[in-house]
Design a protein around this ligand. Structure first.
Ligand code: SIN
Length: 518
């Protein structure tokens, strides 16, 4: 057992790095499963940061769109708090050197994404916002003497004593293998380790983001919230790649349209806002087209032509890799797991139910997103709650930890790594039964299969964490006997006004759920 005075931050995406900088000069240890900058969902965020920066826009209008998209379960106080903080964070990032797009008058150039009532997404060169924010934060972290980064290390569990989180269990990734875990005691832990998209066979998330961080909090006893609400992005490129590259919603904001193999612009019949309808509605329409064998595609030709290559470089590069020229042919698309509205339940300061534990970013469920996240609110929420959690930790922790020595850990070989066949099976189960459209029978089947997979791999902590998250999603989906936002039940297709509340669930409760009552 090693002890440190450093705050331990699990995850090195936008939330983790922003929190590390916000805590300076208090020493922190950032745990990164990859080389810093690689493998974080944040770097793949194409749209940008939602913020009311445009003339005539307001935080109130932004909050109102957030609440409307969230389908009845957004916490209005959190929506107000986050949207009001947005402008300050854009200015802060700009001061740190973020090259946000500006017009000739110096005003921020804004993307228009689905369910926003106006263009409101602050961007960098079309689709480069996530990548550039990460580059900016990484440069700042590398220059910050208070931040120690441990790369190629993963958190596998939390240390809990007397109900309080007092550290983490860490293991080192070593080539294809993994070390035995070591315990590190710390005054506070911030989880900022991303969502659960990679629990699904079709996802836009980086390969290592498979619900592990939510799962380790759940296994320690943290209360989880809104676990049933998984957002599927309607325009993941369906080109046989895992993960599926994203074709940003901003393309539809520029006039790109969804079309099927028969040449039908199918969103017109689905919603008054057609291609810019709320994301859950577009995702289900795309899924239905795929299921019907109609081959949905995103046609950017009339809207952007060859300009797509310059204006949306990430999309252009992904198309090139898949052998498609979007200036001449539409891009095949499918609905893919993209963002988890649920996660570890937190309060407005980012505190989890377990003392000593804070959570920010996609791993958290703050109440901002409700049943369906408004586009580009994810990056904004990560910024706002990383800072709020940092401030709250600084207020709670005793002063005087600013001389903490760098942490060194002795990792011994011989840990139990993931069985990738079991991971593949779990992902298939989630996509088949816990995906865009769900039924009670399918969800119960998923839980039976998760039981079997978990029982066959009890020695691998990473897999136990994944199974915990998968179980919580499937159980929460089974318990919500209605359709709302991103959660669709074929056997309960209506939205029940009496169920317009957030859900909470612990892993112990999920384990006790009697399947025969499903
Ligand atoms: C997109 O650019 O389409 C994704 C943005 C987001 O998920 O917030």
């Amino acid at each position: 057992m090693t002890t440190t005075d450093r705050v331990v931050i699990v995850g090195a995406g936008l939330g983790g790095l922003y929190a590390a900088l916000s805590l300076a000069p208090r020493p922190v240890l950032v745990i990164s499963p990859e080389t810093l900058g690689e493998g974080a969902s944040s770097a793949w965020a194409q749209g940008g940061v939602a913020a009311a920066m445009g003339a005539g826009d307001s935080a109130e209008a932004h909050a109102s769109d957030t609440i409307a998209a969230g389908a009845g379960t957004v916490d209005a106080k959190i929506a107000a708090l986050v949207t009001q903080a947005a402008r300050g964070h854009i200015h802060n990032l700009t001061a740190q050197g973020m090259p946000f797009d500006r017009d000739a008058a110096g005003e921020y150039t804004l993307n228009h994404e689905a369910a926003h009532s106006r263009p409101r997404v602050v961007r960098v060169k079309g689709d480069q916002a996530g990548r550039k924010i990460m580059e900016t934060l990484i440069a700042a972290v590398r220059a910050a003497p208070s931040v120690q980064v441990m790369e190629r290390v993963v958190a596998q569990g939390l240390l809990v004593e007397g109900g309080r989180v007092c550290g983490v269990e860490l293991a080192q990734i070593d080539g294809e293998g993994i070390s035995r875990s070591v315990a590190l005691r710390a005054p506070a832990v911030l989880l900022a380790g991303g969502g659960s998209g990679g629990l699904y066979a079709l996802t836009t998330n980086p390969p290592r983001i498979r619900g592990q961080v939510m799962g380790l909090a759940a296994r320690a006893g943290a209360v989880m919230a809104d676990m049933e609400f998984v957002q599927f992005h309607p325009t993941a490129m369906d080109v046989g790649l895992d993960p599926a590259p994203l074709a940003t919603e901003a393309l539809r904001g520029e006039g790109a349209r969804l079309v099927n193999a028969d040449g039908v612009f199918f969103m017109e019949a689905e919603h008054p806002r057609a291609d810019l309808a709320p994301r859950d509605i577009v995702a289900r329409a795309v899924f239905a087209q795929t299921q019907a064998g109609k081959r949905p595609m995103l046609d950017t030709r009339a809207a952007l032509g060859a300009a797509i290559h310059d204006r949306f470089p990430a999309v252009s590069a992904a198309c090139r890799k898949a052998g498609i020229d979007p200036a001449h042919a539409p891009i095949p698309v499918a609905a893919a797991a993209h963002y988890h509205m649920g996660g570890v339940a937190t309060d407005a300061a980012g505190r989890a139910s377990l003392p000593g534990l804070w959570v920010c970013g996609e791993a958290a469920s703050t109440g901002l997103h409700g049943a369906n996240r408004l586009a580009s609110n994810g990056v904004l929420e990560a910024l706002v709650f990383a800072q709020r959690a940092a401030q709250d930790m600084a207020a709670e922790l005793p002063a005087g930890g600013d001389r903490a020595a760098p942490v060194t850990l002795a990792f011994a070989p011989g840990g139990v790594g993931l069985d990738m066949r079991a991971v593949a099976k779990l992902r298939q189960v989630m996509t088949a039964h816990v995906g865009v459209r769900r039924t009670g029978t399918g969800l119960a089947q998923a839980l039976t299969e998760i039981d079997a997979l978990e029982a066959a791999h009890t020695d691998c902590a990473d897999f136990a964490n994944m199974c915990a998250t998968a179980r919580l999603i499937a159980t929460a989906a089974l318990l919500r006997r209605e359709s709302r936002g991103a959660h669709w039940r074929d056997d309960f297709p209506l939205t029940d006004p009496d169920l317009a509340q957030r859900s909470t669930l612990t892993l112990a409760e999920a384990r006790l759920f009697p399947l025969e009552t499903a």
